[in-house]
Design a protein around this ligand. Structure first.
Ligand code: SF4
Length: 233
């Protein structure tokens, strides 16, 4: 197997793939440095291999009939060159595949999409280069994100877009902008996720984090804009 590095494992989840009971593999490595990241231990590619791939496959063999799906999460799964092979191996065991991604490496996404049944796609900021750079703590990734989103839309695969509402990065007006941009592209499902201050953030208050979710006008607008909209607190 080419590089496939797992930084963590959730053996039973009912919330990471809609309507499916899934195991979630947290892939080690992410090219971005989002200021609101709660998985900083997964960012470096040189982190410890917490879970041996072959042991994970043995675990899946024993969980048939209990689990429906495997979700490849991160970190950023599209960083891993061995992702396609890994997904193929899991699919051959009879599991359906989900993926959480920010859309890094559209070429790699195109390769794995035929294996995937559902995608949770992170939208970090409005589609303006400078803003996206700030939200991802890195430079120049927006064109790849847009390519990946177009690939997803063209594929017909079930997917949702979701945004973590970090008030240090986003204003309420930005959520309107994101919603309009996603709607113009044809996105049907959108979720707002509450930011919970990361340990290094000593200043952001809960009131600031909650303002997106207390804004009835915004929530109403999002309900009207998307076929499916909800919040995750
Ligand atoms: S994309 Fe996800 S894992 Fe990577 S830095 Fe951002 S929040 Fe963390």
């Amino acid at each position: 197997m080419e590089m496939i590095k797992i930084g963590g494992l959730e053996t039973f989840s009912a919330v990471d793939f809609p309507n499916q009971i899934a195991a979630v593999v947290f892939m080690q490595g992410c090219p971005w440095r989002c200021p609101f990241c709660y998985n900083t231990n997964l960012q470096g590619t040189d982190g410890p291999d917490e879970v041996d791939w072959n042991k994970f496959i043995e675990f899946l063999k024993k969980r048939k009939g209990i689990l429906d799906a495997v979700v490849f999460s991160g970190g950023e799964p599209l960083m891993q060159d061995g992702l396609q092979k890994a997904m193929t191996e899991v699919k051959e065991l009879g599991y359906i595949i989900g993926m959480h991604t920010g859309g890094y490496r559209p070429k790699h996404l195109a390769e794995v999409l035929p294996l995937v049944s559902w995608v949770g796609f992170d939208i970090k900021a409005p589609f303006a280069e400078e803003h996206y750079d700030r939200a991802t703590g890195s430079k120049g990734h927006l064109p790849k994100v847009l390519q990946s989103l177009d690939l997803l839309l063209d594929s017909g695969i079930d997917f949702e877009c979701r945004t973590t509402c970090d008030p240090r990065i986003l204003e309420i007006a930005d959520i309107y902008t994101i919603a309009d941009e996603l709607k113009a592209k044809g996105v049907k499902k959108y979720f707002l996720q509450k930011y919970r201050p990361v340990p290094s953030d000593k200043v952001t208050t809960d009131a600031e984090c909650s303002k997106f979710f207390n804004d009835k006008e915004l929530l109403e607008y999002l309900r009207k804009t998307f076929t499916v909209f909800d919040t995750r607190m």
